[in-house]
Ligand binder design. Structure first.
Ligand SMILES: [Zn+2]
Length: 676
C-alpha cells in the first residue's frame, strides 16, 4: 500500500490523514520528502536564469512545504499522542532533518544566488513583505555561517557541535543530580502542614522505591508543595540546600567547567560572526535588539520595583514573626510564609473558584469572546479526521463566512501526552499561486478531568492557561501572510507572547466573568467579592517575583556579555551579579548557574529578559482595551489587522506602534503589578 503521508491529503481542508497514518510511515515519508526538497533546491541552484527574488528567495520558502507538514504531524503527535514507535520515528528522523537544514545553509551555490539578490535588492521593487523575507532568509544564512571562509567555517561547525553536546551534558548532569536526592520521612509528625494529596503522592513515591513512609524529591510536583506547606523548618532547609546546590562543585555531575566552556564557546562563535559578545549576536533579530536596550530595560524595571520588593520582604518578615518565627527569613522560609500570608489576606484557593469554571462553559465563553472581539464563529465538526477520539474539532469562520482555520482542542491528560499546555500548528498558513492555504491549529492542555461525580471543573489558573493558548491560536488562525516562514506565530521570541499574554487579562475582568461564570450546581453567578479578591491577589508578592526574575535576567546578560577571555570563579561571579536583587542571605554552597537549564541547555540564553518584556508589551497593549472597553471592536480590529494577521511581515516594533500609536512603555505593567 502506498504511504498516505506522501500522497495528496484528500481530507476536507487538507487535514492530515490521521486514520490512515501508521508510525512506520513517518521515516520513509520524511526520507522521501527530504529527497524531493533537495531536488527543489537543486532546481534553484541550477537555474540558468540570473537569480531573482522569485526564483531564489520565494522558491526556497516553498521548497520544503511537504517535508515541513509531515514532520509537523510527527512531532506534534510525539508531544500529544505518542508511543514507543512514534518516539523511535522522531529520534531516527531528527538527525536527518538537522543534516538537511545544515546542508541548505552551507550550500555555496544557493548562498551565492541569495547574496546576489540581497545585494541588488534596491533595484528589485520588492514590497515590504518580500523585503522582510529576503532580510530574514539572508540573515539566517549569515548566522548559520554561510559567508565564512573555509577555516572559520570549520571552526564554526566544530563549535556548534561542541555546544550541542555540552548542552546535553549540562542537562544530563542536572537531571541526575535532581534524581539523586530524596528526602525520606518515616515519622508521621514530620508531615505537618502538608496537604493530603501531597502526602499521598509521597507515600506512592516511597512504595515505588520499596521504602516505607514517605519520599519527597527535587522534582517540581514534590519539591514546590513541600517548600510551600511543610511546617518543619529543618526539613525545608535540607531539601532547599539539596535543590540549590545541584550540579555545583560535586564529585560527579559538576557543571562548573561546562558553564565556563559554554560561555567561552558562545563568545568565540559570536566573535567569528563579527559580534562583540554572544548577547549582541542573539539580540540581532529581537525586538530589543542590543545589549544596551536590554540592560536599560532591566535597570529601569529594577529601580521601579525595588522598593516594592523590599516592602514584600518587610510584610513577610512581620507576618512570620507574628506567627512565631524567630530570626531571619531564609530562602527556605519564603514560600512557606508567603503561602500562609496569601491565604490570610485573600482567602481564595483553587477549590473555592473551581465550581464556577465548568470547562464546557469556559469553552463557550472563550469562543463568544472571540466572536465579540473578532467576529469569529466556531462550528464543532467531529466528522473531520482527528488523532484521538477525545479531541474536539472546530471549523472557524470569519463574520462573512470565509473559512479561516481548523482548530483542535485536546483537553485532558492521557498516557502518551506530555505535561503542560501548548499551541501548535499542523499546517501553516501561506499563499501560493493566489491560493490561501488556511492553517490547522491545535491547543493541547492537561486540564482537570471530569470525575464520576461531577463534570470537568477547572481552576482559575487553568482558565488563564486556556486564554493564553487561545491567544497563540488566534495568532495562528488569523494569519494573512504570503510566505510560510513569516506567517502566524513565526515571530521574534520576545514578541511571540504578546498575543497570548494579552488574553490572560480577561480572566481578571468582572465584566467578562459576570457574563458566564455560574456555579455548576446552583447556577448562581460568581460572587462579585470573589472576583475582587482574585484581582487583588494579582499584585500579591509582585515586588518579590519581579526582583527574582530581574536577578535571573541580569545573570543571563552577565554571562553572555563577558568580553574578557578569562572566565572568573562561578560562585563569586554569580554572587556579585545577583547581589543587587537579593532579598535574603546568600547560602554558601548554593549556585544558580550550574542548574540554570534555560541558559545552558534551553533556548533562553541572552533571552531571559523576554519574560518580563512580554509582560510590558501585554500590559501596555491591554491598557488600550481597558481604556476603550474590553469588548471594543475598533481596538480589537486594530489588534487583529496590525498584529494577529501580520506574522513577521514587518518589524515587531513597527507592528506594535501601528496598533498602539506609540512605543510600549513600562507604565502599565508597573500599575498592574501594584508599583504605582
Ligand atoms: Zn505562550
Amino acid at each position: 500500500m502506498s504511504n498516505p503521508l506522501l500522497t495528496k491529503w484528500k481530507s476536507p481542508f487538507g487535514l492530515p490523514p490521521f486514520y490512515q497514518i501508521k508510525p512506520s510511515h513517518f521515516k520513509p515519508a520524511i526520507e522521501e520528502s527530504i529527497k524531493r526538497a533537495r531536488e527543489e533546491i537543486n532546481k534553484i541552484t541550477e537555474n540558468i536564469e540570473p537569480p531573482s527574488f522569485e526564483n531564489t528567495v520565494e522558491a526556497l520558502d516553498y521548497a520544503d512545504i511537504r517535508l515541513n507538514e509531515i514532520s509537523s504531524v510527527l512531532f506534534n503527535l510525539n508531544s500529544a499522542e505518542t508511543n514507543s514507535e512514534i518516539q523511535a520515528a522522531a529520534m531516527e528522523t531528527s538527525p536527518l532533518l538537522a543534516r538537511y537544514a545544515d546542508d541548505i545553509t552551507l550550500n555555496r551555490n544557493l548562498f551565492s544566488r541569495l547574496k546576489e539578490v540581497y545585494n541588488k535588492q534596491s533595484s528589485l521593487r520588492l514590497n515590504d513583505e518580500q523585503k522582510m523575507l529576503l532580510k530574514k532568509t539572508y540573515r539566517s544564512f549569515i548566522r548559520g555561517g554561510a559567508d565564512l571562509d573555509e577555516d572559520s567555517r570549520q571552526r564554526f561547525r566544530q563549535i556548534n557541535e561542541e555546544l550541542a553536546s555540552l548542552s546535553l551534558e549540562f542537562e544530563k548532569n542536572v537531571l541526575e543530580e535532581t534524581n539523586a536526592f530524596f528526602l525520606h520521612i518515616t515519622y508521621k509528625a514530620d508531615l505537618e502542614g502538608l496537604p493530603d494529596g501531597i502526602i499521598e503522592a509521597a507515600s506512592e513515591e516511597a512504595k515505588s522505591s520499596g521504602r516505607n513512609g514517605w519520599v519527597f524529591t527535587l522534582h517540581y510536583p514534590s519539591y514546590i508543595p513541600f517548600m510551600q506547606y511543610s511546617a518543619k523548618r529543618h526539613l525545608r532547609e535540607k531539601i532547599y540546600r539539596a535543590y540549590s546546590s545541584r550540579a555545583f562543585g560535586k564529585k560527579e555531575n559538576d557543571n562548573r567547567k561546562i558553564v565556563k566552556k559554554i560561555v567561552s564557546l558562545r563568545r568565540e562563535k559570536a566573535g567569528i560572526l563579527g559580534f562583540s559578545n554572544y548577547a549582541e549576536f542573539i539580540l540581532e533579530d529581537r525586538m530589543l535588539n542590543s545589549r544596551s536596550m536590554v540592560m536599560n530595560f532591566l535597570e529601569d524595571l529594577y529601580h521601579a520595583s525595588r522598593k516594592y520588593a523590599l516592602r514584600d520582604f518587610e510584610d513577610l518578615s512581620l507576618f512570620a514573626k507574628k506567627n512565631g518565627h524567630k530570626g531571619l527569613i531564609q530562602k527556605w522560609d519564603w514560600a512557606y510564609f508567603s503561602e500562609k500570608l496569601k491565604k490570610n489576606k485573600f482567602d481564595i484557593d483553587d477549590e473555592i473558584l473551581r465550581p464556577y469554571f465548568k470547562l464546557e462553559e469556559v469553552e463557550k465563553a472563550i469562543f463568544k469572546l472571540a466572536t465579540d472581539l473578532y467576529g469569529l464563529h466556531f462550528e464543532q465538526r467531529d466528522d473531520l479526521p482527528r488523532y484521538h477520539e477525545d479531541v474536539k474539532v472546530f471549523k472557524v469562520t470569519a463574520s462573512d463566512g470565509e473559512h479561516l482555520s481548523i482548530l483542535y482542542l485536546d483537553y485532558y491528560p492521557r498516557k502518551g501526552k506530555s505535561s503542560g499546555a501548548w499551541m501548535t500548528a499542523y499546517l501553516d498558513q501561506y499563499i501560493l499561486n493566489r491560493y490561501d492555504r488556511r492553517p490547522v491549529i491545535s491547543i493541547v492542555t492537561n486540564f482537570s478531568k471530569p470525575l464520576s461525580s461531577r463534570p470537568a471543573l477547572i481552576t482559575h489558573n487553568e482558565l488563564t492557561t486556556f486564554l493564553h493558548e487561545f491567544g497563540h491560536a488566534l495568532h495562528g488562525m488569523l494569519s494573512k501572510c504570503h510566505y510560510r516562514h513569516l506567517s502566524g506565530t513565526n515571530v521574534s521570541r520576545d514578541f511571540v507572547e504578546l498575543p497570548s499574554q494579552i488574553m490572560e487579562n480577561w480572566a481578571y475582568e468582572k465584566e467578562w466573568l459576570d457574563l458566564w461564570a455560574r456555579h455548576y450546581k446552583t447556577g448562581k453567578k460568581i460572587p462579585a467579592e470573589l472576583i475582587d479578591r482574585i484581582k487583588e491577589s494579582m499584585v500579591f508578592n509582585e515586588g518579590y517575583a519581579c526582583s527574582r526574575q530581574l536577578g535571573f535576567g541580569f545573570l543571563d546578560m552577565a554571562w553572555h556579555t563577558i568580553e574578557d577571555t578569562s572566565i572568573p570563579d562561578i560562585e563569586i561571579f554569580e554572587k556579585k551579579v545577583m547581589k543587587k536583587t537579593e532579598l535574603m542571605n546568600h547560602i554558601p554552597g548554593s549556585n544558580m548557574s550550574c542548574s540554570f537549564g534555560h541558559l545552558f541547555s534551553g533556548g533562553y540564553a541572552a533571552g531571559y529578559y523576554g519574560y518580563k518584556w512580554s509582560e510590558v508589551l501585554d500590559a501596555d497593549a491591554y491598557s488600550l482595551f481597558s481604556k476603550k472597553g474590553i469588548f471594543n471592536r475598533d481596538t480589537a480590529n486594530s489588534f487583529r489587522k496590525n498584529i494577529l494577521e501580520k506574522g513577521s511581515t514587518a518589524e515587531p516594533m513597527e507592528l506594535y506602534k501601528k496598533f498602539r500609536g506609540k512605543e510600549p512603555s513600562v507604565e502599565s505593567l508597573l500599575k498592574r503589578s501594584g508599583f504605582r
